[in-house]
Every structure is written in C-alpha cells, then in structure tokens.
Design a protein around this ligand. Structure first.
Ligand code: SME
Length: 152
C-alpha cells in the first residue's frame, strides 16, 4: 500500500496545483478514496451557517441521504460537539450511529478547526472492520490542518 509520506505528498500537490477551495476538497476526496484501499467513502461535512447541524459538502463514493446531520447525532454529530477525533473500528458497537449502508463496517471522523472553532470534519467510511491505524489519524489531521488554512 502507498505510504503515508507519499499520501501527504499527493495531498500537498493538490493544494499547490488547485485554486478553488471546492475543487481542492473534491480532489482530496477522490484522491483518498482511490489511493487507500480501505477508504470506501470520503466526505467533508461543514457546520450549516448558524444552525446546530452539519451539511454535506464534497464527497467521493456512494451518494448518501444523510446530507444534514444534527449536532449530537451519529458519529459525525458527536464530533461536532466533542471536538475530538472519533475512530470507530466496528460500527456495530456504537448505539449513536447513522448507517449509510450495511456494507459500512468502520468509520473515522476528524474535526477541522478555524481559529479554534470546530467548523467541520472529514468523514471516512470503510467496508473493512478494524482498518484504522495511528497513521490514518496522522494523515487526516495533516489534511484537516491544511484545509483549515484555506478556509481562514
Ligand atoms: N455514519 C455517519 C453518517 C454519515 S455517513 O457515514 C456518510 C454518522 O454516524 O454520523
């Protein structure tokens, strides 16, 4: 599998060669989904204006009906409140979970901060159980930091 260092380089390349924020976010989704075998759905949710809910922005993978997620609901909604990474190696162990399909076995959500405010997140679903390592968090935190910089 492609190394985390190579993945970071690929991500850097997207930021260096793309102008529009929307295009950068879409390319990140497509890139991660294509390069990491166990990333089956990659998307960005952002806080919906002044409402206590998340709104789906760019994504790569099967379209989901969960385009709006209230704060506190599901893994994503919990991260909107906790401000912390949420790594779910087995979704069947979570009660507060919103399913996007029976094929999804695990999920990782990393928050994005702008000026210390939690303004959104990257969300990844996997069809594999127990796939996530420390490197996944490291890579996704790296991406969220760069996304944060273009959203300032
Ligand atoms: N499973 C998420 C819902 C969003 S989908 O994974 C795209 C959750 O529990 O918040």
């Amino acid at each position: 599998m492609i190394s985390i260092e190579m993945l970071k380089k690929g991500i850097d390349n997207i930021f260096n060669t793309t102008n529009k924020k929307e295009d950068i976010l879409q390319k990140i989704c497509d890139y991660l989904k294509n390069e990491v075998s166990y990333y089956d759905w990659v998307g960005f949710y952002f806080k919906d204006e002044d409402k206590e809910q998340l709104k789906l922005a760019q994504f790569s993978g099967k379209p989901t009906q969960h385009t709006i997620i209230p704060f506190g609901k599901g893994i994503c909604g919990q991260v909107a409140i906790s401000n912390e990474n949420f790594v779910v190696q087995d979704v069947t162990e979570q009660n507060n979970y919103i399913s996007c399909g029976i094929e999804v076995k695990s999920e990782i959500v990393i928050p994005i901060f702008v000026n210390d405010e939690n303004i959104g997140q990257i969300d990844i679903d996997s069809h594999t159980k127990n796939p996530f390592k420390k490197e996944d968090e490291e890579l996704l935190e790296y991406i969220c930091l760069q996304v944060s910089n273009i959203l300032q």
